[in-house]
Design a protein around this ligand. Structure first.
Ligand code: DUC
Ligand code: ZN
Ligand code: ZN
Ligand code: ZN
Length: 483
């Protein structure tokens, strides 16, 4: 069956123009004036954009003694409701577990997905088995490897492991990713805060000041540079981290930064709410920051020094958050946002004039597709691309409430916020998954997307690697003076 989207204005990362879009077999078959098809979707007054790609989610993630509540079923349903048509989740091997085993576990979870998905592979321990498995994982289309510099004693890797893994990433033509917080310092600060009787959720923010993020970002960039690996820094939340990324990019290094919609629109005052549940529900790492840092992130999106807006969607119920009553270090870290990312960014970014519509498309979709090796199959409105599209109504409004959301948790960190700009239609490979807020998505419709290694950007980040590559020195004899 063919579908035509008529009467809208196409918005891509670089172009804005009026045209119809014809879809056949789940792909874009034609773009032009006066197209016809069996099913007609009216896009009058709307923008036709690539569906969103959220390259940072944790669905049904085993973490801090529990599992994040949104799984691939509810999480991808929430994604589609908000205009996002693809997620990239993180496969997390347990210590000692092989990467292919972990991959199987994630494939078992994702069968119920409503939209397409892929994974990044986390490197949570180091050894010969991991080294070998990394090549097999790349062959299966997983071309990005995530490293945690935080969560000491759990997910954290040390610098020697980080350097070894980054070298392997370079050799495989893959991309390194990093959660940049200094886990040793966070552990020390947390212990001290608890010992001093600071047990509430606000102490979570005190335990992770911006310096721990700035230090780890700088460190990861330098180690990636020595290994010659391109580096994607997840959840950049503050100026210190942004500054390191900005500087690296100016130097020609292949480094990308990813602010989250939560950090762009919610600030640290959330942790000082007298309601314990309110504050604990917003505990995530890194924590929310002050306005100065928020301004830095917004500036980075328009300047191009920050590339992708994601969510780190990792949703825990209030009941799960209460594991941390009396000890903030036991509050499961994570917040939701999949359904709200695009409406919130449109409302607070495009409607305020902070970013353009084209920058909106770049940062919610196209840049992620390019960085993670699936452009133009995803992230594009182009003939031959998957028909993962959102028909965006800039006049449609709503107030965000937990009661009306797709996510399975019992609250929403954006509760009460008004948004203007919502999907009229969300299409997953040509299938109408959402029509004016009404869900028509299908459980199990989502497919795994294998990704390409990113050869074009897989170069040593600077001259450093070439200059320091070991070269045996030929000497003619032992100096007489013994120098
Ligand atoms: N941060 C969170 O808040 N949750 C999941 C993992 C992470 O890094
Ligand atoms: Zn993280
Ligand atoms: Zn994360
Ligand atoms: Zn259909």
């Amino acid at each position: 069956m063919s579908t035509v989207i008529k009467g809208g204005t196409i918005v891509t990362h670089d172009l804005t123009y009026k045209a119809d879009v014809l879809i056949e077999g789940g792909k874009i078959a034609a773009i032009g004036p006066s197209l016809s098809g069996a099913e007609v979707l009216d896009a009058t007054g709307c923008y036709i954009m690539p569906g969103g790609i959220d390259p940072h989610t944790h669905l049904e993630m085993p973490f801090m003694g529990t599992y994040s509540t949104d799984n691939f079923e509810s999480g991808t349903r929430a994604a589609l409701a908000g205009g996002t048509t693809m997620v990239i989740d993180f496969a997390l091997p347990a210590p000692g577990q092989g990467l292919l085993d972990a991959l199987d576990m994630w494939h078992n979870k994702s069968g119920r997905a409503h939209c397409d998905y892929s994974y990044h592979m986390a490197i949570t321990w180091w050894g010969e088995k991991v080294f070998d498995d990394m090549a097999k994982v790349v062959d299966k289309g997983i071309t990005s490897f995530k490293h945690f510099l935080a969560y000491k004693g759990a997910l954290m890797v040390n610098d020697d492991e980080l350097y070894s893994s980054f070298q392997r990433v370079h050799d495989l033509g893959a991309i390194a990713m990093v959660h940049a917080e200094n886990g040793d310092v966070v552990a020390e600060m947390s212990a001290r805060l608890l010992a001093e009787g600071n047990t509430g959720p606000e102490a979570h923010a005190y335990s992770r000041p911006t310096q721990v993020e700035g230090e780890a970002t700088n460190r990861a960039i330098m180690i990636a540079d020595m290994a010659g690996a391109p580096l994607y820094v997840v959840h950049t939340s503050c100026e210190e981290s942004h500054e390191a990324i900005r500087r690296a990019r100016q130097q020609g290094k292949r480094v990308w930064g990813e602010p989250l919609i939560q950090h762009l629109t919610l600030d640290e005052s959330e942790y000082f709410n007298p309601d314990w549940d309110h504050a604990a529900r917003r505990v995530m790492s890194p924590p929310f920051r002050n306005k100065m840092h928020q301004d830095s992130l917004w500036a980075g999106l328009s300047a191009g020094s920050l590339s992708v807006v994601a969510t780190d969607h990792c949703a825990f119920s209030t009941e799960q958050k209460r594991f941390g009553v009396g000890d903030f270090t036991k509050i499961p870290n994570g917040t939701g946002g999949l359904e709200d990312r695009m409406p919130m960014l449109w409302t607070y970014g495009v409607n305020t004039g902070r970013i353009t519509m084209n920058e909106f498309v770049a940062t919610t979709s196209t840049n992620a597709a390019k960085i993670f090796g699936m452009y133009p199959r995803k992230g594009a409105v182009a003939v031959g691309s998957d028909a993962d599209l959102v028909v965006w109504d800039p006049e449609k409004e709503k107030v965000i409430t937990a009661g009306a959301q797709q996510s399975a948790i019992d609250y929403n960190v954006f509760e009460g916020k008004s948004v203007k700009g919502l999907p009229r239609f969300t299409l997953s490979r040509g299938h109408v998954a959402v029509h004016d807020g009404e869900m028509r998505s299908q459980e199990g419709h989502g497919k795994f997307v294998a990704r390409e290694p990113n050869g074009a950007v897989n170069r040593a980040l600077s001259q450093w690697k070439e200059l320091t590559a070991p070269r045996p020195v030929k000497r003619s004899g032992i100096p007489a003076s013994g120098v």
